[in-house]
Ligand binder design. Structure first.
Ligand code: GLV
Ligand code: MN
Ligand code: MN
Length: 420
């Protein structure tokens, strides 16, 4: 990639259609919409299928070539110009209590970039593509970013098909059931460059009163499932000193994770997001707890030492509480650094459009971190109200959504070169 293939002549700025962008965001948000707001489109459910069908129909309206690959990734390409495409994209699956913007915004802004070019007669010198990657959230099937991981050749499609979800379903079966087991092979087409537009999902831009984040990379992610087995017994008759109580052990582990994050400080974060207690009854000392740990850091060596501390603590806990503890890795991705040329381009384009810009790493995982294995990659962040995400109240002001999409337009055209 050459860094500045196209410099728009002074005064020829083109803007995306803000009403059309917002209309599509709201329409997709209604698919799997929750009564109190927000969305539930867990990967490969009926709601995910309906969301996919809607966006694919929009792609076809724009005369994009739609390819569906062997893990259900959808790549819509506007076949203009020649050579490898400049690609954008994200995901449209959500967590069970998701918002309207996480992932969806980046995909729909990609369509908006293409529609804007088409109606303004802008002809990029390279094709423009929009990817919708399967199961980015990992909320139903671990790991997260599964579709983009397979796209870049980091996981075999057959391995992905055999992943069992939180509801006992097999990913490959669900893919087939919803009609998105495609034939296009993975690894997929190598783009000329990839840039993903996303809401920040954290508080930094808002707190610093900065409009745009030029994302420098993504922190490392370590997910594991911990199963703690004790002995089920009567809550009224079993003396405290005779218990083998996995719920108490789980509580201790949860507290340990919080203390670990506090001790490591910096940007270390630790989360226990899922706890299943069996048999989950008031008057029964539980027999088993299955819980998840989500541990992240921008520094790989600190992340590794956090993992070692957790392993040691679990061994000691098993002895102290007389329970059996088994840990199973669910996802492990090292920190990713984006291509400086793309980060610089995002920053300069955003400043040209009059925005304040902060260079920042991403706290959340993104498909872009997988695409970075294939081609020069970067991301654009817009602020999230109150730093809220993975929450039905996730919100970004329309002005920020529009401004991010305009920056995506300029960045993609700069990466593709154009006759405009
Ligand atoms: C993916 O969305 C993650 O960061 O959990
Ligand atoms: Mn996302
Ligand atoms: Mn998410």
């Amino acid at each position: 990639m050459r860094s500045a293939e196209f410099v728009p002549p002074h005064g020829t700025r083109v803007d995306i259609n803000d009403r059309r962008l917002m209309k599509r965001i709201m329409a997709l948000g209604e698919v799997g919409g929750l009564p109190g707001g927000g969305c539930n489109r867990l990967a490969l459910t009926d709601a995910d299928r309906d969301g996919r069908n809607l966006v694919v129909a929009w792609m076809r309206d724009l005369n994009m070539n739609v390819a569906i690959d062997v893990v259900g990734n959808i790549v819509g390409t506007w076949q203009v110009g020649t050579g490898a495409p400049v690609m954008t994209g994200s995901h449209i699956d959500t967590v069970r209590t998701g918002g309207l913007y996480d992932g969806n915004y980046g995909v729909l802004a990609g369509l908006e970039v293409i529609e804007t070019c088409q109606e303004r007669g802008i002809e990029p010198r390279r094709p423009l593509a929009v990817g919708i990657f399967t199961d980015e959230e990992g909320a139903r099937y671990a790991p997260d970013m599964l579709g983009s991981l397979v796209y870049v050749g980091g996981m075999l499609p057959e391995t992905a098909h055999d992943v069992i979800g939180i509801d006992g379903t097999r990913l490959g079966d669900e893919l087939e059931r919803i009609g998105y087991l495609g034939a296009t092979p993975c690894p997929g087409v190598v783009p000329h460059a990839f840039v993903e537009l996303h809401i920040e999902q954290g508080p930094l831009l808002e707190v610093n009163q900065v409009r745009i984040g030029a994302v420098t990379g993504v922190q490392g992610i370590s997910w594991q499932e911990v199963t703690i087995e004790g002995q089920s017994n009567h809550a009224g008759t079993t003396p405290m000193h005779l218990r083998k109580d996995p719920a108490f052990a789980a509580a201790k582990l949860t507290v340990f994770l919080r203390d670990l994050a506090t001790r490591l400080a910096g940007n270390q974060v630790c989360t226990v997001g899922k706890i299943d207690v069996h048999p989950n009854l008031t008057n029964v000392v539980p027999s088993k707890v299955v819980m998840t740990l989500d541990v992240r850091n921008t520094d790989e060596s600190i992340l590794q030492s956090a993992e070692a501390d957790i392993a040691r603590f679990c061994e000691e806990l098993a002895v102290a509480e007389r329970v059996r503890i088994v840990r199973r890795p669910l996802a492990r991705f090292e920190p990713v650094i984006f291509d400086d040329r793309v980060v610089d381009l995002v920053e300069s384009v955003a400043r040209d459009r009059g925005n304040s810009v902060q260079r920042m790493p991403s706290g959340a995982g993104h498909d872009a971190q997988m695409l970075a294995r294939l081609c020069p990659t970067g991301m654009i962040f817009v602020p999230s109200h109150g730093g809220l995400s993975h929450n039905v109240n996730e919100h970004t002001d329309e002005a920020d959504l529009v401004s991010g999409a305009n920056i995506l337009l300029d960045v993609m055209l700069r990466l593709a070169g154009t006759n405009f």
